[in-house]
Write a protein that binds this ligand. Structure first.
Ligand SMILES: C[S@@+](CC[C@H](N)C(=O)[O-])C[C@H]1O[C@@H](n2cnc3c(N)ncnc32)[C@H](O)[C@@H]1O
Length: 279
């Protein structure tokens, strides 16, 4: 209860006493028990009313803060969506973004990175909208190739269908690569397995948005130890979801183990980290 509420309760008490003192002067002690009871009840009722009012007031304030935050986040995503669609003229509607898929602000980062780096080879861990966005950029640049890995057969074939529907089959190669156990520094991890990973060389841009965090702790950690030798001299890595504790730990561990990368955190809906290899 706030100080002002205590003053209010005291005020109620004093007012009630005044109201009772006058009848008492008139009627004597005949009603003193009833008067005491009425006074006591008044104080209890006004205290309860104030507590309920304060709780409701706090809830309204908290809800307002949340709604404002959500509105401003939604506005940022709409802004990014507008720029995506004004830059990339898609042949078909894009699948829904956010949630499991990348958010529009992360898609904007991908577009900027691809136009800036003009990567010859992009490898992507986990397929989806990100595959379409990256492929449209490559198409616009007129040079480059994308390999996209998906551990899940259903989502791999869904992305393959989307790629075909958008007319991007000559750019994007979506590969179903189930997760298999690998050992890194005597510790066992799960990572994508496919012969493409053995053949691939000189990755200029590595996009990491999988595997899902549910499959193991620090699920995306193996990406760098397993692909380090396959990165080009000036490779860039972009990792989504770096607002999550696990992804933060992954970045910290990578930086300790591979000090030839400089990092930049981008404040997106899910948090993104860009790692550039310094030559
Ligand atoms: C974070 S998602 C990858 C999203 C992708 N980069 C995109 O932009 O759409 C990681 C993996 O989760 C799986 N996945 C995608 N959507 C899913 C859903 N709605 N429910 C469960 N798993 C999903 C896919 O196998 C995908 O490779």
């Amino acid at each position: 209860m706030k100080k002002i509420d205590s003053i209010f309760v005291l005020g109620v008490l004093i007012a009630a006493m005044l109201v009772v003192v006058v009848p008492k002067l008139i009627f004597g002690d005949r009603y003193s028990e009833i008067i005491g009871l009425v006074l006591y009840s008044l104080v209890i009722i006004s205290t309860i009313c104030i507590i309920v009012y304060r709780r409701l007031q706090n809830q309204i304030i908290n809800t307002n803060v949340l709604v404002q935050k959500r509105l401003s986040e939604d506005y940022k995503q709409i802004e990014s969506l507008f720029s995506i669609h004004s830059i990339l003229k898609t042949n078909s509607p894009l699948p829904p973004m956010r949630d499991w898929a990348i958010s529009p602000d992360f898609a904007s980062i991908l577009i900027s990175l691809i136009f800036d780096l003009k990567p010859r080879l992009i490898l992507e861990a986990s397929s989806g909208v990100s595959t379409l966005i990256s492929s449209y950029c490559i198409k616009k640049l007129g040079i480059g190739k994308l390999y996209s890995l998906d551990h899940d057969e259903f989502y791999a074939s869904k992305t393959k269908c989307d790629v075909a529907q958008h007319g991007l089959t000559d750019i994007a190669n979506v590969i179903h690569a189930p997760l298999k156990e690998v050992t890194i520094k005597e510790k066992r991890w799960l990572w994508y397995e496919n012969k493409v990973l053995k053949e691939i060389e000189n990755i200029d841009l590595l996009i990491i948005d999988g595997p899902p965090s549910t499959i193991q702790a620090m699920a995306r950690y193996p990406a760098l130890p397993l692909l380090y030798e396959k990165l080009s001299r000036k490779a860039t890595i972009v990792l989504d979801d770096t607002l999550r504790k696990d992804e933060k730990s992954i970045v910290e561990t990578w930086l300790k183990e591979y000090p030839d990368f400089e990092i930049k955190f981008v404040d997106t809906e899910k948090g993104a980290t860009i790692l550039r290899r310094m030559s």
